[in-house]
Design a protein around this ligand. Sequence first.
Ligand code: CNA
Length: 242
Amino acid sequence: MTKISELQEIIDNSNNIVFFGGAGVSTESGIPDFRSESGIFKTLEEYGTSPEELVSHSYYMEHTEEFFNYYKENLVFKDAEPNPAHLKLAELENAGKLKAVITQNIDGLHQKAGSRNVLELHGSIHRNYCQICGKGYDLNYILESDGIPRCECGGIIKPDVVLYEEPLNRNLLNDSFNYISKADTLIIGGTSLVVYPAAGLIHNFIGSKLVLINKSETAYDSLASLVINEAIGETLEQIEIL
Ligand code: CNA
């Protein structure tokens, strides 16, 4: 039996699938991840600072203009389109098999593919709020601003993205725990599973099938019923929905 047919069988026999993913889900859409060989973390010598620091709350507070330069150049890919992984997950939700997509991504591609129940643990580049009056702004406004984006009231507009050192939204985390603890199948894909507390969500899974689809190995491979070390878009594209 091939790994794809094993995955097909698991999906055929599941009615409460939850997907938990990360940056690797969007690499086939042309958005680099953080930790692969070609990922953002490897290409940052030019900034002279570690990438974790560049996307940290303290860097944002102390070097706001440099933060926005880095953010716009490296974290926002406005023209990216969903790939077969996003599209198949949306189809699985439409078919009533998949209950939630829990993502660490901030790119909004799951929604663009048609997924409705998307829990964005690390926020979204598409939502931006003035830190003084709370007025919301879209992504274009941020991209078109020179330097630090400012609200009409003068406040700085901060992307609704969770930076290192910032806490995750407690309600979202609780909802994610609930979805995962009720799932019969948890498919984890495109995440190195090293960023906490998001990665810790896995421990709440008590269903029968844990599937890991990741190009490289993760610390959780030994817990999985099925491990596929291939590209997630190419993998999910081969799944048929009955
Ligand atoms: P990561 O640590 O960069 O890990 C990505 C993982 O995906 C690696 O283990 C890769 O081997 C694997 N991978 C890469 N491409 C594929 C593929 N096509 N198919 C299967 N596996 C693949 O990313 P995580 O999400 O684990 O780390 C969490 C950070 C990265 C979160 O805070 C994200 O917000 C942040 N991030 C998000 C985006 C985005 O929104 N698209 C992009 C870059 C970073």
